[in-house]
Design a protein around this ligand. Sequence first.
Ligand code: VER
Length: 225
Amino acid sequence: MTMDLCEALKSATKEAHERAENTQFMRNFQNSQISLEHFKLLLESLYCIYVALEEEMERNREHPALSALYFPGELHRVSALEADLQYLHGEGWREALRCPPATSEYVRRLRHVGSEQPELLGAHAYTRYMGDLSGGQVLRKLAQKALGLPASGRGTAFFTFPNISSSNGFKQLYRSRLDSLELSQQTRLQILDEANRAFQLNVEVFEDLQRLGPSALRNGSSVPE
Ligand code: VER
């Protein structure tokens, strides 16, 4: 019997997940060793990625392989990232936005999939949103503590999903939606490949951010009052 898509996704990306978790960038984050500059770079990079992901989801929202995964009110991260960047960088954040090379590569892939193979976009949505829902709360607390960001949630809105009351409950719903997709065997295999590619793109983004880090410093990297 074939595995449900979710189970297959989880097992196909297990090693890739371990690689992502163990990048220096994520390890530093987990050990509260993230600098404010790295954190800002991360949010800028995520902004570039989510703009592309969410625009492509929006454009393809009626596609039969995506409509069941379309939860803009619950999941979308762009406005949260805008609020965080506005808070951390102040006015002018948009003009100063940095989108490092590996991030641009990720964005290119999202745009390509969105226009050429939208049936694979769900693999990208799964990789990011399920990850955010799984680790978000822990990362938010770590960031607040390491960087002295306020407990009110300013600067860390990306990690909170105000329209989801139970992240476990929502993950279950999302999994059941993934499992209910009617897919050919070929598309199913392509989705598993694409999810691995999505993880790899994330690894490359983290490696890039780690390299860039403080050397890409702009002035004024203190937490706003
Ligand atoms: Fe993951 N993750 N993760 N994760 N994650 C879980 C589930 C999960 C964890 C912990 C956990 C990423 O990083 C981390 C992803 C995707 C991603 C647990 C459950 C830690 C501690 C880290 C690193 C700090 C990253 C970087 C990604 C992807 C970009 C997914 C998709 C899932 C859902 C798996 C499933 O199908 O249930 C404890």
